[in-house]
Design a protein around this ligand. Structure first.
Ligand code: HEC
Ligand code: HEC
Ligand code: HEC
Length: 430
């Protein structure tokens, strides 16, 4: 083929398009470094600002993700399991070498809202900036004041363990283009100030949707399906909209109780990753927790009239189920706490018949509760549930849950339970 002038121009044109494309890509990826500043003098911040920052940081769970088990507060290194591998949180104490001691307030705001480190590196959305982007600058400055007045700890996080190919931070710029929306707070004048405060906290700092909204294959929250239910660390985070199977039994009062103590008598105890969330909320002021409950209640019951349904009394023993091997196993392993006449029931704990997990269409959380157990909420004297992973086989757990579901609820039995238990057990070991 002979090269003609037209070929030449097409070639140059093609290169031009490619060049512009690369320039645009570089422009999207590039974030400048924000210069270091001397570590701010703690006396710079007023005690009111620091106190407000502490409450806001509590609502944002900063300490939960940024503190390793038994490690110093805010010093990072907590592993976070994501579908894309394990990430380690950073040190956000004011240490100058290993923490954020040399970060200006502007660098801090950019990191928390837009997921860009001080040096211009893109951060993974495990730091929930999809939500934090909605937080007011004034509130972030208060959190900055609070963190800058904590004790500096020298600690470096271990390197992340991501699936091959996902360690390229530049690709996060593209992810943000798709999924990060800078949505400013809109006040709904038709609603109360409390409702608006609740929405502001839920959408922003408290990032409830990070777990309770389904995610697409690329890990972005699905548009238009807010609070439709998601998955977090191997547990289902149930829907918080009107599709919640227990919606009829939730109201503002039970939500406040559950969120601020980790347990209520209508639905049982916050297990799995919801446990630390309630632990955080237990330290949040009552007015803010109430506002969160008011907002969530309105999402769950867009058209509620009348009062919530009260838990049914525990069902009587289903005759068909007694005498079986599963009944004997339940008697031995579970009845000490879960029999309607057990001391736990007598102390006012919710009967299994009322727990969201036993009534859910999906057995995942009930299986996780048996495999992993349930930690008693901090500061409460509620009984805990031990882990049975080492003592029961997949078959036994399936039989027990099948027995409990038939005996204590009116729902259809779960299908393929043993296979589900097997699968979840394997996931937990990864
Ligand atoms: C769900 C867990 C989670 C929560 C909640 C969370 N973070 Fe993080 N944060 C992370 C992870 C993981 C990283 C590291 C991301 C990476 O390596 O790309 C991070 C990174 C950061 C960084 C960047 C530090 C650096 O050296 O680059 C800052 C600043 C930060 N978080 C502040 C906060 C604040 C303030 C809050 C509370 C308002 C908060 N985080 C809540 C998980 C979390
Ligand atoms: C880290 C993930 C995560 C975050 C963040 C989170 N949740 Fe949850 N939530 C869960 C999981 C998992 C469960 C199921 C717990 C169980 O089975 O006991 C749950 C359960 C609940 C329930 C009980 C639902 C039912 O029908 O039993 C409510 C209510 C709830 N969350 C509200 C909230 C609110 C409000 C927020 C924000 C302040 C929030 N959650 C933030 C993971 C999360
Ligand atoms: C030492 C006491 C104890 C024992 C033994 C025990 N559990 Fe539990 N279980 C609890 C507590 C506490 C809860 C949370 C309910 C509450 O708040 O009272 C719970 C909750 C549950 C739930 C609901 C999960 C949720 O998130 O609400 C299921 C399902 C369950 N248990 C099954 C079993 C099975 C099956 C056994 C026997 C293998 C068993 N439990 C043994 C204490 C116990």
């Amino acid at each position: 083929m002979r090269l003609t002038k037209r070929h030449l121009w097409t070639g140059i044109g093609g290169l031009g398009v490619l060049g512009v494309g690369l320039a645009v890509a570089a422009w999207i990826v590039y974030e400048p470094e924000i210069p270091k500043v001397p570590r701010p003098d703690p006396r710079m911040f007023s005690s009111e600002t620091i106190k407000r920052g502490e409450q806001l940081a509590t609502a944002g769970d900063c300490i939960v993700c940024h503190t390793a088990d038994n490690g110093p507060a805010f010093a990072g290194s907590r592993p976070l399991a994501t579908p894309f591998g394990v990430l380690y949180s950073n040190n956000i104490t004011p240490d100058e070498q290993t923490g954020i001691g040399n970060w200006s307030a502007a660098a801090f705001r950019r990191a928390v809202k837009f997921g860009v480190g001080r040096d211009g590196t893109h951060l993974y959305p495990a730091l929930p900036y999809e939500h934090f982007i909605r937080v007011k600058d004034d509130d972030l400055d208060a959190i900055y004041a609070f963190l800058m007045t904590r004790e500096a700890v020298s600690k470096i996080a271990p390197p992340n363990e991501l699936l091959p190919g996902l360690g390229i931070r530049q690709s996060l710029a593209g992810w943000k283009l798709l999924f990060l929306h800078d949505s400013r707070e809109v006040v709904d004048e038709a609603r109360s100030t409390e409702w608006n405060r609740g929405k502001y906290l839920v959408d922003g700092l408290a990032h409830c949707g990070a777990c309770h909204t389904p995610r697409n294959l690329l890990g972005g929250e699905e548009w238009g399906r807010e609070f439709g239910g998601g998955v977090a660390e191997g547990w289902n985070a149930p829907p918080l909209d009107k599709s919640n199977p227990s919606a009829a039994r939730w109201d503002v009062e039970t939500l406040v109780k559950y969120l601020s103590t980790g347990t209520d008598t209508a639905h049982s105890t916050a297990a799995g990753p919801m446990g630390p969330v309630t632990e955080g909320l237990s330290r949040l002021n009552k007015a803010d927790v109430h506002a969160i409950a008011v907002y969530i209640d309105s999402v769950m019951h867009p058209d509620r009239t009348g009062s919530p349904v009260v838990n049914a009394e525990p069902e009587g023993v289903d005759d068909k189920a007694t005498g079986s091997e599963a009944a004997a196993l339940f008697q031995g392993a579970c009845a000490g706490c879960h029999d309607p006449a057990s001391p736990m029931a007598v102390r006012g704990r919710p009967p299994l018949s009322g727990t969201s997990d036993l009534n859910s269409n999906d057995p995942r959380n009930a299986v996780q509760a048996v495999l992993q157990g349930i930690k008693a909420p901090v500061g409460s004297n509620a009984p805990y549930m031990p882990s049975f992973a080492d003592n029961l086989t997949d078959r036994q757990i399936a039989d027990l849950l099948d027995y409990a579901r038939t005996r204590f609820t009116q729902n259809q039995p779960w299908a393929e339970l043993e296979r589900t238990v097997h699968g979840i057990r394997k996931e937990n070991q990864q």
